[in-house]
Design a protein around this ligand. Structure first.
Ligand code: ATP
Ligand code: MG
Length: 425
């Protein structure tokens, strides 16, 4: 039974929550089958602080098998963390069973397994709502709300902390971050997203336990990379991570010295990603990785004032490999990153008739975008992006004319073949 003294009157922002119709239907049906069911996690938190919830997760005391029986269009997913996807047309709602932190020795399927560092590797021990709550990371993420009957379950005072705009851990953060080191990244992400202060206990735990991020799988780190850097707050997140000494767990390149090309390029790449998110343009981790690693690739491949092409191609794998030690780089991005790097050389050299073919290259747009970022970071623009813009928008005949003109201009002068001097110095 739900302990009544732990339920509270929901504030106005929650009473006005615009719940997704499928989520409402699921809550209703679970209730009709005498199960407890609530919206939980990010959607309740975001609605509470007047942000638009991005997805609606449900928690219930029904087991995955029981949920499956109620909803025909559903599927049990996950092994480490079993839950049910209920779907209708294109929509999917995640329904998870309340969990406890008890170790049910003997029952293989419902056990919590921890590794030697205390990290949870399997987590399928069913429990009560109170126990489920206890396992969540921060008090504002441990709010359970049912819009049908307006019951709010908030035993850790999440609403109070939201009012104070303070991120508070459930339980001792030192122990909680040992259990799951990713919580330190989550703390930073929620602080920037919500504009909350981080409780000093959490700050201390980040300093002390941040290095445990080394032990998190690269696949999970890549997921966090996407959440931190592709949702419109890349720059804020990067700087806060850097302050806490955590950027080195996500970026295989350093911020670089004040005024350096590396620093300008890293900041510009983050800003550019944020601008694109804000104007609803597509963003990919592949492009961001290509942009942030570019200065490192150039530096490593420099030979006096020029780029040594052999080294350049060899160092591509080296640079991506370095990043893959931290975060996975999915296969689909590997070729993409290398293509847009290789195209930088061609965009610069513009030899013979090559430019005509280049504008039709499937990665031309992305490569051009990287060139644009690079030029924005130069102290003196070489006018290359302008040249390419003009070239792209010209007719076939004009293109030939532009190329002839370029050839004439270069004739007799000892032009630098690849001219990366500013990036190299
Ligand atoms: P987002 O807006 O990024 O989706 P969220 O809070 O919904 O934020 P999810 O990763 O979707 O984050 O997780 C849903 C909920 O599950 C969280 O609100 C939190 O209660 C719980 N949770 C998720 N990850 C953890 C974790 N690593 N440790 C403890 N609780 C977690
Ligand atoms: Mg969520």
């Amino acid at each position: 039974m739900l302990k009544n003294h732990l339920t509270k009157k929901p504030p106005g922002s929650l009473r006005n929550i615009k719940t997704d119709s499928l989520a409402l239907e699921i809550l209703k049906q679970l209730g009709q089958h005498n199960f407890q069911a609530f919206l939980v996690g990010g959607c309740v938190r975001d609605a509470l602080v007047n942000l638009e919830p991005k997805d609606f997760d449900i928690a219930t005391n029904a087991t995955p098998d029981e949920i499956r029986k109620i909803f025909k269009a559903s599927r049990i997913i996950g092994k480490r963390f079993k839950l049910v996807h209920v779907f209708h047309k294109q929509k999917i709602i995640e329904v998870s069973t309340f969990r406890s932190s008890k170790v049910n020795a003997g029952d293989d399927d419902q056990e919590i397994l921890k590794d030697q560092q205390g990290k949870i590797v399997r987590d399928n021990s069913w429990g009560t709502i109170e126990e489920d709550c206890q396992r969540r990371d921060f008090t504002i993420n441990a709010l359970y709300y049912n819009p049908a009957n307006q019951i709010l379950f908030d035993p850790h005072n999440g609403v109070e902390h939201a009012k104070k705009r303070l991120l508070v851990s459930i339980g001792n953060p030192l122990r909680r971050f040992e259990e799951d080191p990713v919580r330190s990244l989550r703390a930073i992400r929620f602080a920037t997203k919500l504009g909350f202060n981080i409780h000093h206990d959490i700050k201390e735990a980040i300093y002390q336990k941040g290095s445990l991020l080394n032990s998190v799988s690269t696949a999970r780190m890549f997921d966090e990379f996407n959440k931190l850097f592709l949702q419109g707050l890349a720059k804020d997140n990067f700087f806060m991570l850097d302050q806490f000494g955590l950027s080195k767990h996500l970026f295989s390149t350093k911020l670089g010295e004040e005024g350096s090309f590396q620093r300008r390029m890293l900041i510009r790449s983050l800003e550019n990603t944020d601008e694109r998110v804000r104007s609803s343009q597509s963003v990919t981790a592949g492009f961001l990785i290509a942009a942030m690693l570019w200065p490192k690739l150039v530096k490593l491949s420099a030979d006096k004032e020029e780029i040594n092409l052999k080294a350049f191609y060899r160092n591509m794998d080296f640079c991506i490999g370095h990043q893959m030690v931290l975060t996975a780089v999915p296969r689909r991005f590997y070729g993409y990153i290398k293509d847009i790097w290789a195209l930088q050389i061609k965009l610069q050299s513009r030899l013979g008739k090559q430019p005509i073919k280049l504008v039709g290259h499937p990665r031309f747009r992305a490569a051009f975008d990287l060139l644009l970022l690079r030029e924005q970071c130069f102290s003196k623009s070489e006018g290359l992006t302008e040249w390419w813009l003009k070239f792209q928008n010209s007719s076939r005949a004009q293109k030939s004319y532009i190329l002839e003109k370029l050839y004439e201009e270069r004739k007799g002068t000892e032009y630098k073949k690849f001219g990366f001097s500013e990036e190299i110095s």
